[in-house]
Design a protein around this ligand. Structure first.
Ligand SMILES: [Fe+2]
Ligand SMILES: [Fe+2]
Length: 141
């Protein structure tokens, strides 16, 4: 499976968020490296759990940031996060049932969802912050 490469266009310009997004990319890559072995499904499941836990932390931080700045689309953004957690958890369970093909599905889902979510939804709150909050306050988070 092809690795997941970070591109400048994914950068929101909010340091903490960009670091967290990059870490999520690294965890997807860790999953890709481990899934190539196909031998240790427990290890893959652990990696997925690590990713899920980290994604939850990241989503909580983002939601807190949006709440602080009264972002009007917080609720629909939260629904996106909830969908991601639910779907990834479900795919992870399927992987544990030794459906090796599902691993590729998981990785494709993670890559696609993370990329689209950052470019479409996270960029949207970034644009809102930029337009409504003085630069210093928005980018000191
Ligand atoms: Fe995000
Ligand atoms: Fe988000």
């Amino acid at each position: 499976m092809e690795k997941f490469y970070w591109k400048d266009e994914y950068s929101l310009g909010v340091e903490k968020v960009d670091c967290q997004h990059q870490h999520l990319f690294e965890l997807v890559n860790k999953l890709i490296e481990r899934s190539d072995k196909f031998s240790d499904l427990k290890l893959i499941s652990e990696t997925l759990t690590e990713m899920l836990n980290y994604a939850k932390e990241h989503f909580a931080d983002e939601e807190e940031l949006m709440r602080e700045h009264s972002y009007p689309e917080l609720e629909s953004h939260k629904e996106q996060h909830t969908y991601f957690i639910g779907t990834t958890a479900e795919l992870s369970i399927n992987a544990l049932n030794k459906q090796s093909m599902v691993l590729e599905e998981i990785v494709e889902f993670l890559k696609l969802w993370l990329t689209l979510h950052i470019l479409k939804y996270d960029m949207k709150y970034r644009d809102y912050f930029k337009a409504n909050i003085p630069a210093k306050a928005a980018f000191s988070v």
